[in-house]
Design a protein around this ligand. Sequence first.
Ligand code: NZQ
Ligand code: ZN
Length: 389
Amino acid sequence: MNNFTFYSPTCFVFGKDSESQAGALVRRFGGSRVLIHFGGGSALRSGLIDRVEASLEAAGITSFRLGGVKPNPRSGLVYEGIELCRREKIDFILAVGGGSSIDSAKAIAAGTVYDGDFWDFYSGKPITEALPVGTVLTISAAGSEGSPDSVITLENGMYKRGASGDAIRPKFSILNPALTQTLPAFQTAAGITDIMAHLYERYLTNTKEVEVTDRMIEALLLTMIHEGPRVIADPNNYEARANIMWAGMMAHNNSCGVGRSQDWNSHNIEHELSALYDCAHGAGLAVTLPAVFTYVMNHDVMRFAQVAVRVWGCQMDFAHPEVTAKEGIEKLRQFFISIGMPRNFAELGAREEDIPVLVENLCRGDGRPGTISGFVTLNEDDCANIYRL
Ligand code: NZQ
Ligand code: ZN
């Protein structure tokens, strides 16, 4: 196991009606003028924004609204939010929604207290200072409610990049599983896929002797395989949604990723798809994960065989471990299909003739060196082959 520092100070408030505590939590973390930042309308339609606003008002907090965050959030609204925060002297940002609203809130939080262009953070500068952020989560997926990360699409070029820093870890996150019951089945499934991807990206490691985190990841994958189909069959199943919501947080706050190298090639390869075609991030991952795994499997066939046996219940073929490894990848692919995810480029709305653009954005965009690195290093030809797969 590698040396590590793990700092994860987010306060999680979990359960039914927990959004009614928003006002008290903002107060506890020092906010008095709050920007409520949300998406395209689901939180307005459900009455959630009104309830959150009422809770803030009851705590004597002044609030401002900025809605309109698109899935795969864009730089334009971030600039708008930064201006609003400076003008209104906002001291706390409360994101209400999914990964997109939370990531946009984090970008605004970092950009407001920074003299330069906020995009600097998405070109590699670590975030060391930001306005405090809280979240009310409405979809289990990205894990941004417990992560130090934010992913934004730059409209000038349409590529997606991530920024990171403990300063943007939420001060608190309100997790009420009942709020996810209004999700369309497709979004629920895309979220399940993203959570499983966060687990696999950590499972694919070159670090030896990481039994504790291996076993934690396997437990969370087994939970998703059990609860995913239950919630697709019965969207109002609170208990299944509760297990998925906490698994989604655990999958990405990095408690399962400490002390080990991680992959993230599948995420980077997917991000160019959701940037160019505006597809759901999870749907893009359902297509890219099996392709990447098939392509890189021989780098450590025993690792793929291990997850196949321990998580997917495959029989180990000791003479031919690659057979077991492939079987596990196929079971993962079939699982995604069974919950309603796309299986290929065509179903995702992607086009083969765009592969050169995708590869250029992925490997060269924003000063990248022509390769991406993780479990293995992939060059432009590798990435083109993976998109073709
Ligand atoms: O915008 P509204 O109207 O709210 O609709 C959203 C959106 O259309 C809808 N939705 C959310 N909660 C709902 C609901 N509809 C009905 N009822 C509810 N309760 O669902 C759609 C998707 O929302 P979004 O916030 O985009 O989903 P998600 O949480 O999957 O976030 C995706 C973004 O997160 C990034 C992705 O790249 C993508 O841009 N990621 C962020 C990470 C991080 N910060 O740590 C890590 C991830 O790997 C990921 O890359
Ligand atoms: Zn993800």
